[in-house]
Structures are given as C-alpha cells and as structure tokens.
Design a protein around this ligand. Structure first.
Ligand code: FE2
Length: 277
C-alpha cells in the first residue's frame, strides 16, 4: 500500500480518521460471462489488486474510523466482479459511492448517461446491493456524503439533498468519483497527458477548447452541475472533498476553506489517510 497522509483542521473536539481509497478496478470474469467480458478480464494489470484492497481494509479496521471508497470498485460488470463487490460492501467499515466503471458493461461500448446507469444497475439486480447514487454516514461528528457524479454532472436533486444535509449542522465531507475543475489540477492533468481531456466536472468553455468533440460534449457542464458546484463552494459546512477517477494523487484548494483530495489508483495500492481534527 502506498499511503499518503494528510491532516485537515475542521474544528473537531476528537479527531476522525478516514482512509480514502478509489479506483480499485477489480477485473475478473469467468465461464458465466460472455466471451467479450472474458476478453476484458485482467485488462488493468496488477493481478494482486484484490489483496491490495484487503490490505487497505485491514489498515482501516486497525486505525481508521471509516474507509471511504469513491468508486470504480470494479472495472466492468461481470458475475464475479459483482459478487465480489457485494461481499466486500457488506462490511460496515466501508462507505461507498459509485464511479463510472461500476456500471460499465463492456468499457466504453456505449454513450453513458442516466439511462445507461439505470439499465446496468437493474441488470445487476439492484447494483451492488448498497446505495450507489447517494449515500450518507455520520461518523465521529462528521457527515460523510457520497454523490454519484460519475458521468461528469451533478443534478438538481443533489442540491436539494445537500441543503437538507447542511441543516444537520455537522461539518461535511463530500465523496464523489469525478473531481471538480480547479486550475492547478487541470494543468497537472494536461502536463501528464498533453492534448487529452482532464475529466474534471464544471470545466468552462475556455478550458474545454483543447478537448476533442466527443469529450467536450461529454464533459461540458449543465446548468444544474454549475448550480451544485456553486453551492459546494459557498457552503461553509463543506470542509473536504474526497475524489478519484484520475489515477494520480493531487491535493488542492477549491476555495480558501475547501480542500479537494484526489487519491491515486487503488488498484496499484494508493490510498490517503485523512485525519480530520
Ligand atoms: Fe473512473
């Protein structure tokens, strides 16, 4: 496990420790799956990623209050991947919110939107059997809120629910798969993958310019997405965002008082211990 450690002052009387893990990408398939899925098995490399996740769970159990997983637990929907996800997520120590691959049938074979997400969720027989679109958990006086933004958008119902959560008056940690646009993160992504797209939510037209047409359409924010981002940046109870999807670690501020932590790929052992004090 490659552990990053970060401490964030949010005014707690007693510290709360979260282990942030993201993008585990379990990529198994077996004789119960079709040939196309079997061809995807092992696609991500790192054959020991299941034991890496076991190690992360053991670490969280020994020294953290909660393991927060921000999606892409599986790489694609297959019988063994869904079985493993369901078994793992029965663990009360794990808080989960879905990423794009958690609904992915064949990885990039179709336009992914709400209809695709729901079809896939129902095909799995109600997904992983735990909340996948929205999740909340109070731990040590902190309200952890998971939002599925895995297709680069927020929706108005997210805003409504976030406001209801803020009424509880607890400091809030948001957990979602795709990071929010922030200039230094955008530049770091472009440095790592020149000429690509950055997969950041809420990217403005100027920064969408280098994207190809498909990625610009996919990642151009809706008005609802921008309303949710504006709210997230303006609600003082929201202290920290935990996010992933990019497979490299990066920490930056969205506002003077709001930190966004991107953890690296869980499949190769990356995790972040976040101590809230
Ligand atoms: Fe992802």
């Amino acid at each position: 496990m490659k552990l990053e450690r970060i401490s964030v002052k949010i005014g707690l009387e007693k510290p709360v420790k979260l282990l942030h893990v993201t993008d585990t990408h379990l990529d198994f398939a077996d004789a119960r799956d079709d040939e196309k899925k079997r061809a995807l098995a092992g696609r991500m490399g790192h054959p020991d990623k299941e034991s890496v996740f076991d190690e992360q769970i053991a670490f969280a159990r020994a020294s953290c209050d909660l393991l927060v997983h921000t999606g892409d637990l599986i790489d694609f929907v297959s019988v063994p991947n869904v079985e493993k996800a369901r078994a793992l997520l029965k663990d009360e120590k794990i808080f989960f919110i879905a990423g794009n691959h958690d609904y992915s049938q064949y990885v990039g074979e179709a336009w992914e939107d709400n209809a695709y997400r729901m079809n896939s969720y129902m095909k799995m027989g109600y997904g992983f059997g735990v909340p996948m679109f929205w999740n909340t958990r109070a731990v040590g006086g902190v309200n952890v809120i998971g939002i599925d933004n895995s297709y680069y958008q927020f929706e108005d119902w997210h805003l409504w629910r976030l406001k209801r959560e803020a009424e509880k008056g607890l400091p809030m940690v948001l957990a979602f798969h795709d990071p929010i646009f922030e200039k230094s993160l955008y530049e770091e992504h472009m440095r790592r993958q020149p000429g690509g797209c950055t997969y950041l939510v809420g990217c403005d037209e100027e920064h969408l310019l280098p994207y190809d047409e498909f990625r610009a359409v996919q990642q151009r924010p809706t008005d609802a997405t921008m309303r949710v981002i504006d709210y997230i940046k303006s609600e003082p109870l929201i202290k920290v965002i935990l996010t992933g999807h990019l497979h490299f670690p990066f920490v930056s501020n969205l506002t003077d008082s709001l930190l966004q932590i991107v953890s690296g790929g869980g499949f190769c052992g990356d995790a972040t211990e976040v101590t809230l004090v």
